[in-house]
Design a protein around this ligand. Structure first.
Ligand code: AMP
Ligand code: MG
Length: 495
């Protein structure tokens, strides 16, 4: 029931020095359907990411202007863009789902920005040929969650797609209840997913599969063309590179306590970026088996399953690339890099959290020991690490000890840790253990405010999350324990 709106005549000047390039569009119509976004009535600004705008060389004022809001809601074309929805397939919850595709995302094109070429995509901008039963829309609550979380991940130093802006409209959208619409402008070097490759491989469209792989190789992994490994097989080298990037990304998720919630192969980026923020959650109490997605009955995507699921997904990618790699042993050898790298990356990240720059044999025991204690006492994950960092910086030990029920067990661990810590250089732990993460209840409070058209909560949180290691005096309430009602928040795939 989208209504056409009066189109403004003002031309949007984004302040971009160079024209759009739209390299994905140049691959040809086998990969997408060209179409225009569907307008939404009377759009308004929910949030503008000034920091990202500046990084890209865009004028934040242009984004906030009437023309900017119309353009990034999909109501007004942007000169040089070439809007399209791409086709992909994927495995959802472990089952082959066949064709999916951009059901509610429209790629505007690829802009030459100050930070390099960046794809700019609208999410929630209307139906596409890949919408299946969906309405092509995104609701305000999930759009705010994606906007804040992608920037929170960026602030934490975790590879991710980014979010430039959110606009809202009072146009109703039916979910479990009636809600209102929003559009998130997402930005990434590429939104290509494992599922893009699975799509053409499953259909035995090997020319298209090769075109896609060559595109990704040439643009993002050119070093694979000149590899000595894998008998010079560039496609095996590509699989290895993606495996390595995915290992590094998931290790960072685990270290910070991030649960993605829907690690389907269509939600896995070929660039190793965190993508498609849905029912994600940062852990409150440390519970290794935590399931954040209310629709995930079996707990397939529980926090402690993520590392194995990432490998399972890479295996699907390996299978999809097999016609190009041409040798199963090479594909398996490329995938092996994940198994080698993930534990190393995780240990690196956990040692950084403990303030231990150099590896020693007893570190694994120290890491496993503290995680077991945190799990046994269900200690708040973020608060524990931040307090440990404050203690290392001179605050009293009781700050940390008081978090535990089993104090003697903690004391025993602490003794081992302090022996180990004293042999290292001064810890930089306040830069490796964030004070602020996007806990569910923080997002929820900002969303409730935004539903009343007060967007200041979104803006305030964005500022904290983009610099999560800083103290931000006056915002301690957002670094505290979650309220009791936080455990009642149910986030499902509905968005
Ligand atoms: P997700 O689980 O959000 O990654 O979505 C899986 C697939 O469903 C993708 O192809 C999405 O584009 C599509 N999809 C999800 N929600 C909608 C919607 N409201 N309208 C159209 N397509 C949707
Ligand atoms: Mg998705």
């Amino acid at each position: 029931m989208d209504q056409a709106v009066a189109t403004p005549t003002e031309q949007l000047d984004l302040g971009l020095a160079l024209p759009w390039q739209n390299s994905f569009a140049s691959l040809g119509p086998a990969f997408y359907t060209e179409l225009m976004p569907s307008p939404l009535p009377s759009p308004y600004v929910v949030g503008v990411n000034d920091a990202l705008a500046r990084e890209l060389g865009l004028a934040p004022d242009a984004l906030r202007s009437q023309a900017g809001v119309e353009a990034f809601t999909g109501n007004q074309p942007i000169a040089g863009s070439q809007p399209l929805a791409s086709v992909y397939s994927g495995h959802q919850f472990g089952v082959w789902a066949g064709q999916l595709g951009d059901g509610r995302a429209i790629l505007l094109g690829e802009a030459h920005t100050a930070a390099g070429p960046r794809e700019i995509q609208l999410k929630g901008s209307g139906r596409t040929p890949y919408s299946r039963m969906g309405d092509g829309r995104a609701v305000l609550r999930s759009s705010i969650r994606e906007y804040l979380c992608s920037e929170a991940m960026w602030g934490l130093g975790i590879p991710t797609t980014r979010a430039l802006m959110v606009t809202g409209s009072d146009a109703p959208v039916r979910r479990e209840e009636m809600e209102t619409s929003a559009v998130v402008t997402r930005v990434a070097p590429s939104f290509m997913r494992f599922g893009h490759f699975e799509h053409f491989s499953a259909r035995n469209q090997l020319d298209e599969l090769r075109t896609l792989a060559d595109y990704v190789l040439d643009r993002f992994y050119p070093q694979c063309r000149s590899t000595d490994k894998f008998a010079g097989n560039a496609y095996a080298a590509l699989l290895e590179q993606v495996s390595e990037r995915t290992a590094a990304m998931v290790a960072q998720w685990q270290a910070v306590g991030f649960c993605h919630g829907v690690m389907n192969t269509d939600n896995m980026s070929i660039l190793g970026l965190t993508i498609d923020y849905g029912p994600f959650q940062f852990l409150d109490a440390f519970d290794p088996g935590h399931i954040c997605n209310h629709s995930d009955d079996q707990g397939r995507y529980a926090y402690n399953k993520q590392p194995n699921i990432a490998y399972w997904n890479l295996f699907c990618l390996g299978q999809a690339l097999l016609p190009l790699i041409g040798d199963q042993d090479l594909a398996l050898a490329a995938l092996e890099s994940y198994k080698q790298l993930f534990p190393r990356e995780l240990e690196l990240r956990m040692r950084a959290k403990l303030g231990l720059p150099d590896a020693q044999p007893q570190d694994r025991e120290l890491i496993e020991g503290i995680l077991a204690l945190l799990a046994a006492d269900k200690v708040d994950y973020t608060i524990f690490w931040r307090r440990l960092s404050m203690h290392a910086a001179g605050e009293p030990a009781s700050l940390v000890r008081d978090l535990f029920l089993q104090r003697e067990a903690f004391d025993a661990w602490s003794l081992q840790y302090s022996k180990r810590l004293s042999t290292e250089s001064a810890p930089q732990m306040l830069r490796t253990n964030p004070k602020y993460v996007l806990r569910n209840h923080l997002g929820e409070l900002a969303i409730r405010q935004a539903k009343l058209k007060d967007h200041s909560g979104v803006e305030d949180l964005l500022a904290l999350l983009q610099a999560p290691y800083d103290e931000h005096p006056g915002h301690n309430d957002k670094a505290g324990f979650p309220p009791d009602w936080a455990t009642q928040i149910e986030i499902s795939c509905s968005s």
